[in-house]
Design a protein around this ligand. Structure first.
Ligand code: ATP
Ligand code: MG
Length: 421
């Protein structure tokens, strides 16, 4: 026998017993985003590779080693999107959306060739937000408030907000030189990756996970000291307004983010409950990206959250899978089975929210009832030849200890509705 084909490593099926948690997160996010006036945008999963090289940066982990790139049949280099911002910016420029401020959001799968481990997959899902045309700091604050509201609605109480500013390009250039100067003095103590990055992307060394490198970095000069008045005020305003809003945060001068395009505000929401991959949401300002991709200069700020990590947290917190159905319709005997479609359609007309599963495939009362019980439904609705002749239906509460009752078929919808399904 041939070997079964399995899903690709790091790419997971989301099975029905988990889907309720996904829906809860996605639906809550959609509502919260709507309540701030954000509009959804959907872009293709595949883009020309050049888009990601130009936006994310040639010497980032993503572009250097994590992209799923391939040649199209006509020889174009295409890539599965590793993140959503580049596509969003591309689409906004292409469709002329940037004539006025835009508040957009997206959701969907992203693809990165990373080492699969807890909280890190090769296909994963994000919900992200991008606000264009607004210089902040009010909009920076808005997207942070929005995420804080989402955590509240989802019941996540222990997320920590870390905040930093990366300054503007010129300030970062000055800082880069100071940092390279300092780190060059400790070259032989840095890990190999960081030694390589000293030439290409020295700021990333600040968030190295290597303990010895971290020790060196602890005494490095900080970017905060290179900031001019304007960027400093921008940052202080955000801090002040977060204080006023009662949202706690920690300033983390080592927070630099993995992508090249950020400037000024960067932030992460972190939880201690997921082990090493504790960042559930990350974002920041990227004022030069639109221009870099050919649009007219447009300030922008955004974030993305990793849904797998939020789903895992909900599971850890004991959110149980909900049954996908309310009522299970049992029909025994030829005439009852023949009548079932009409009756169940009528019920769905009367109660549009009712999740009603009609038994298919016939069988004895006992076997159908067993399936009803296993289904997780609250009610079994039972129609036999005898009930049909008398125009009644048996209703059995499957989750509560109650006698089975009989209702006139015409009264069933009202009964189910009053049982508050
Ligand atoms: P990390 O430092 O964990 O690699 P990142 O800086 O690459 O994160 P972003 O590109 O900013 O992450 O993505 C935003 C969020 O998306 C992350 O905070 C995380 O929750 C989620 N995420 C990123 N990569 C993965 C992945 N490979 N698997 C699952 N979730 C991910
Ligand atoms: Mg990463």
């Amino acid at each position: 026998m041939s070997k079964n084909i399995q899903a690709i490593r790091g790419m997971h099926d989301i099975l029905p017993d988990r889907i309720a948690i996904w829906h809860r997160i996605e639906d809550t996010a959609r509502q919260v985003l709507a309540s701030y006036g954000y509009a959804e945008i959907r872009t293709p999963l595949v883009e020309v590779t050049e888009l990601f090289k130009r936006s994310i940066g040639e010497v980032t982990d993503i572009v250097e080693k994590e992209m799923y790139s391939f040649e199209d049949r006509n020889g174009d280099s295409l890539s599965l999107r590793p993140e959503g911002t580049a596509s969003c910016v591309r689409a906004a420029i292409e469709h002329g959306l940037l004539m006025q401020p835009q508040r957009l959001w997206y959701r969907g799968p992203m693809f990165r060739y990373e080492r699969p481990q807890r909280g890190r997959y090769r296909q994963f899902h994000q919900i992200g937000v991008e606000a264009f045309g607004l210089t902040g700091p009010d909009i920076d604050l808005e997207i942070i408030l929005l995420t804080a509201r989402l955590w509240r609605e989802l019941g996540f109480k222990r997320f920590r907000l870390e905040l930093n500013t990366l300054g503007d390009q010129a300030e970062r250039q000055v800082y880069r030189e100071q940092l390279v100067g300092y780190l060059s003095g400790h070259l032989d103590q840095l890990d190999a990756d960081s030694q390589r990055r000293l030439e290409t992307n020295p700021l990333r060394i600040l968030d190295s996970k290597n303990p010895q490198t971290q020790q060196i970095v602890a005494d490095a000069p900080t970017l905060m000291d290179c900031l001019g008045a304007e960027t400093r005020t921008h940052f202080e305003q955000i801090c002040k307004r977060l204080d006023e809003a009662g949202i706690g945060y920690q300033i983390n001068p080592r927070l630099v983010r993995g992508l090249d395009y950020y400037n000024r505000t960067v932030f992460e929401w972190i939880t201690e409950e997921l082990g090493a991959q504790g960042t559930v949401c990350a974002g920041g300002r990227y004022d030069s990206l639109v221009e870099q991709l050919g649009g007219r200069p447009t300030p922008a700020v955004g974030f993305a959250m990793g849904l797998e990590r939020l789903v895992e947290l909900m599971q850890l917190e004991g959110q149980l899978a909900e049954s996908p159905i309310d009522a299970y319709f049992v029909a025994v005997g030829d005439k009852a089975q023949a009548a079932a479609p009409r009756l169940t359609e009528q019920l769905r007309d009367a109660l549009p929210g009712l999740r009603l599963l009609t038994h298919c495939g016939g069988g004895s009362f006992k076997s159908q009832f067993k399936k009803a019980d296993k289904s997780g439904a609250r009610f079994a609705l039972i129609l036999g030849e005898d009930e049909l002749a008398r125009q009644v239906i048996g209703v059995k509460h499957l989750r509560e200890d109650q006698e089975q009752r009989e209702l006139a078929i015409d009264d069933l919808a009202a009964y189910l509705s009053s049982a508050r399904l």
